[in-house]
Design a protein around this ligand. Sequence first.
Ligand code: FES
Length: 170
Amino acid sequence: MTETAEQVEETAVEQEEIDLTAANQVIDKYQDMHGSLMPVLQAIQEAYGYIPEETVDLVSERLNVYTSQIYGVLTFYAQFHLEPRGKYIVRVCMGTACHVKGATRIGETLENRLGIGHAETTSDLKFTAEYVACIGACGMAPVIMVNDATYGSMTVQKMDEVIEKYQAMD
Ligand code: FES
């Protein structure tokens, strides 16, 4: 039998520090829908910015799905993240055109300034670095993206300026 949101939340709060209110609300919304696992996981990531381990246990309990099955989905789809990510996702294109035009130096600059490499996040959760394949802007190589903003013709100096800009933002 499926437990109520209150029962599961009470149990979880005793054991975990993370606030499961948002996750319970997501499950409440999709619980009766056929094939609810994907939309539930997507909405939880939207709410928390990643999939906290505690929410996996909650989803397992409330949707009666094995945690192994949930982790199978989470690790199969690249869209899901199991660790907290930065507010600003800095993607450095390492595709061929960008590589030829010095993408490696751009990546090194990012690592030197922020102390993070590929798939790493600063301890203040402000920046996450990702080295990615061609992002379709080869004419502007070397290219980076910060969240949805694209920056082309990158140089070490320009990379410094972009980092400073986002460091100064909340
Ligand atoms: S190789 Fe970098 S945008 Fe295409």
